[in-house]
Design a protein around this ligand. Structure first.
Ligand code: ADP
Ligand code: MG
Length: 595
């Protein structure tokens, strides 16, 4: 293993590296740096996220720059504004001892004339997002006709985001004899195509095997009933009191609603998605970096820029469509040599996706049991004890101590410990006493099939929306189609009553229906959908609305459906309602949990 010095880096870089505290080069740095310093060559470097690719191209790039000349000599393209700023920052740190070297970030959402001014002052290195770069070229604000190096960082992400055209058009504006360095976590066909079309005999460097996920990340899944996603998420968080996580949802709406539920339930959570303004996003990211937020609920697009080290868990609240996306999600943890866990919450019908990911990423998932209340209580208790040993007591407390001591003087040390712990612990105990353990679907011995699927393989649902909500069958069908992303023929026997409705789907869609609709709000109300035992045909008798719903084992689901229909519907389900007393108490408690 070589040191940075042995890789051939010069003194000013070595000094900066020492300042940053990097001791030994990572594998991709070991492999890429000597090649890029010694040869004028194109290169394709594949290494998982968090392996130090920025420095792998950044160090040799800086060493190649003539700081005396003010002309632009290198262009680094990166997929998002956040990454662009991050790379700029890193490059500035690496080059801080090199006089006259200027790096300018060029990205959307900020003043283009200001950026043009910065470039004009002399920027040997430009770090840019493709869209804005194209804009700058069109307006003649930059000159990249003489650059010597072009880096395509996170090439797979850039192509995923649809920047192919921009990239090719930008490359067309650069000289033929420049070097192109492509860095990517994965090598999908589009990246191979770029390499083939725009690079000249690139050398290939691979760390790990192609398309491999991070080896520092362990992959786990929880098999849950369609309605248990959220309660299971809470249990995972409660099982990991020190959790520092990103939770991925598929849509902006889910992202927002899960974050809201978590906040309501007393967790340090926030949402990150494209409907937030840039200022809001920046503020969320700042709180996250400072650990004021422990659970960041995000969409894939919004999370692209998240390069925060020390993330303990990535949670796939819903799986993405693309396996590549899963790889990117899980790469948010296990960075910089640390270990991390990537968790997937899935329903039975999604199980084959897990197998697909296993095959594709050559990794194995561990199936986890849903944490039981008693286990969570134990973890929380020990966590508390641990915290007691570490807590620092402020001097300001001293003045109150005599009074406290007087009040508690009648108790022995053992009694006091018991009581103090009960103060913190009783609400967990109560919550988990009230909410019986959640079973994975497979362990309910096929009850679901017998109880829910009609002979013809269809499922009929009861829904708490009706003509009072201005639905007729056509409008409801459109509403369902849109929200469930199902086709016209996938939904049938739609029957709208005054305050509720029925409809059918094929059984294969039932997890999806239950999952999506039960997490949906309509005009401020929680949507509630239940599976009916009737085959459907338009009847609305009580029998159609309930009967013995096989799998609804837990007491909190015993609430009869006719209750629901007659009450001013939209009652929250028990699990979201239950923590109310916990909510009031824990909310006050939470800030103390953060470090
Ligand atoms: P990638 O681009 O491969 O996802 P980054 O370049 O963002 O990874 O690096 C991930 C983290 O590792 C950063 O915080 C970076 O400062 C740190 N890092 C990079 N190289 C080293 C090294 N040789 N020693 C210690 N930390 C490093
Ligand atoms: Mg990177």
């Amino acid at each position: 293993m070589n040191t940075f010095r042995e890789l051939g880096l010069n003194e000013s870089l070595l000094q900066a590296i020492q300042d940053m505290g990097f001791e030994t080069p990572s594998e991709v740095q070991q492999k890429a740096i000597p090649v890029l310093l010694q040869q004028k060559t194109d290169i394709v470097a594949l290494a998982q996220t968090g392996t130090g690719k920025t420095a792998a191209f950044g160090f040799p790039l800086i060493q190649n720059i003539q700081a005396e000349s003010k002309s632009t000599q290198a262009l680094i393209l990166s997929p998002t504004r956040e990454l662009c700023l991050q790379i700029t920052n890193e490059i500035k740190q690496y080059s801080k001892y090199i006089k006259g070297l200027h790096t300018v970030a060029v990205y959307g959402g900020a003043s283009i004339t200001e950026q043009a001014r910065e470039v004009k002052k002399g920027a040997q290195i430009i770090v840019a997002t493709p869209g804005r770069m194209q804009d700058m070229i069109n307006r003649n604000y930059v000159n990249i006709k003489n650059i010597e190096i072009c880096v395509l960082d996170e090439a797979d992400e850039m192509l995923n985001m649809g920047f192919y055209e921009d990239i090719t058009s930008i490359l067309a504006d650069t000289p033929k004899d420049k070097q192109t360095w492509l860095f990517s976590a994965t090598m999908p066909n589009e990246v191979a195509k770029i390499a083939k079309e725009f690079m000249h005999k690139p050398q290939e460097i691979t760390v790990g095997h192609k398309n491999q996920g991070s080896t520092n990340v362990s992959h786990e899944y929880y098999l849950v009933g369609a309605r248990d996603r959220y309660p299971v998420l809470k249990r995972i968080a409660d099982m990991n009191p020190e959790i520092f996580s990103v939770i991925f949802c598929r849509t902006k709406r889910d992202t927002q609603s899960i974050a809201e539920k978590l906040i309501e339930d007393g967790y340090n959570a926030a949402a990150l998605h494209g409907d937030l303004s840039q200022a809001q996003r920046d503020s969320v990211m700042k709180s996250f970096r400072q650990r004021q937020i422990q659970m960041l609920v995000a969409t894939d697009v919004a999370a692209r820029g998240i390069d925060v080290d020390d993330i303990t868990h990535v949670i796939n609240y819903q799986l993405p469509d693309e396996i590549e996306t899963y790889n990117h999600r899980s790469g948010r943890t296990g960075r910089a040599g640390k270990t991390g866990t990537s968790i997937v919450i899935i329903t039975k019908s999604e199980f084959r996706k897990i197998q697909q990911i296993e095959r594709n990423l050559k990794t194995k998932f561990i199936e986890k049991d849903i944490p039981k209340g008693i286990e969570i209580c134990e973890v929380q208790l020990l966590h508390l004890a641990n915290k007691v040993t570490k807590v620092e007591v402020a001097d300001e407390m001293d003045q109150y101590l005599p009074k406290i001591e007087e009040l508690l003087s009648g108790f022995t040390k053992e009694e006091l410990i018991r009581k103090m712990f009960a103060v913190e612990f009783n609400r967990f105990l109560e919550y988990y006493k009230k909410n019986s353990n959640l079973e994975s679907p497979k362990s309910s011995k096929g009850k679901r099939d017998g109880g829910e699927t009609n002979n013809d393989g269809t499922v009929r649902y009861f829904l708490n929306l009706g003509s009072r909500d201005n639905f007729d069958w056509m409008k409801l069908k459109d509403f369902l189609k849109e929200n469930l992303d199902l086709g016209r023929d996938d939904l049938f026997k739609v029957d709208v009553k005054d305050s509720f409705s029925f409809f059918n789907t094929d059984a294969e869609h039932s997890d999806r229906v239950m999952d999506i609709l039960n997490n949906l709000h309509y005009e401020g109300r929680c949507v509630n959908v239940e599976i009916s035992t009737n085959t459907g045909g338009g009847r609305s008798s009580r029998r159609d609305r309930g009967g013995d719903r096989g799998r609804d084992k837990s007491p909190r689901r015993r609430e009869s459906i006719s209750d629901k229909a007659s009450s001013k519907f939209g009652r929250r389900r028990e699990e979201t309602r239950a923590p109310k007393n916990e909510r009031t108490s824990r909310r006050g408690d939470r800030p103390r949990r953060s470090k």
